[in-house]
Design a protein. Sequence first.
Length: 452
Amino acid sequence: MNTDNNPLGQLPVGKLVLQFAIPSIISTLVGSLYNMVDQIFIGQRIGYLGNAATTVAYPLTFLCGALTLLFSNGSAVNFNILNGKGKKEDAMTFAGNGLVMIALEGLILGVTVALFTPWFVNLFGATEEVFPYALTYMRIIAIGVPFLALTAGGTLLVRSDGSPRYALICSMAGVALNFVLDYLFLFPLDMGIKGAALATILGQILSAVMVIGYMFHFKTGRFKKYHFLVSREKIQRIVLIGAAPSINQAAMMVMNLVLNSSLRRYGALSPYGASETLAAAGVVTKVNFLFYSTIIGCGIGGQPILGFNYGAKKYRRVTDTYFVTLRYALIVGLIETVCFWLFPRQILHLFGNGAGGYEAFALRYMHVFMLLVILSGIPPISMHVMTSIGKGNRGVLISLAKQITLIVLLLFLPVLFGIDGVLYAGPAADIIAATVSFLVLRPEFQRMWKEC
């Protein structure tokens, strides 16, 4: 098959990145709105203890994301590279194997969390007064985990198949339903935190059903039964590439556990209070993830372009795509920084009011922990480049840089500086992670430039 006629190898890189990134950005933003909408409605209706409960449940999102990316990202990258080489049948097999593994891991995780919910709630850092809210919320959320996995993993394959708009529609439909049901369940029906959790999983179910429906109309080719027969060799190749973003998500989960633990311990020793610091940090984290999702969308949007052109040995287009997506990521980081400094109280009041030191700590968290958030887009964009061109090991190194650095800093700085040590850990980790990303990328880019 002649790949020279494929638009991924011909159209200007800037135009292609926008074409693929905008739907991906909106899709990832829509995904992050699942948590944002819950946080806003819960904060307005239940208060800061409800917000703290969703903060406690938040690591579950990263755990599901880690397991899903292990299979979805690896299958999508292999799918893209093989399409770039003109091997459509092999590409379809990787897509089918990925879908089977995504469905299995989502089901296993959902059942496990449902059976051991109290253990997970304690592990994720609930205080005594937050525990009953978090327990109720997570028990219901566990039901939606398989559908969340199918949506997150399936839409990545839908985008790789050349249908980024449909992937966006799938995500938006679920969030729209979540939004409507959040209002209905929390206000007119007064169902409390149970209503917020139920609204979330119903939205996830709708998105998953739409993704499954698309698989019957795949553009690259029709799925056959043998495409879904799991092959050890193919799963190994999927996992090798998917390991980088998966480990990144797993490390983010561990980082969130350490962060919640530090906030609970050192918050109790501070003037702010344990539950107050937990709730405040959770609100700021959800806002930050809204911006971070935009950056992830840039990276995901560049994946088909990177994978195809690397497979076609058009290395200049690979490096150009990186710099275009990086520029967008830095702009997003700058906008977030401006928002945190100019509109901190307006952002915070969207999520309701809190007692004690809730607002005071939230403002400090925005201004200190998020001080260098402009740099936070460099590691994920760099990681996506490495994984998209099949360099999974280097992607793993980049993906772990910030998470491991932040975990180490959170373990030691608070011992010296108390709750302020938690805040100082944020900007320090951003600097170190950005530096590591450039050091890992440089040799690979130098090699590609020589071969251009």
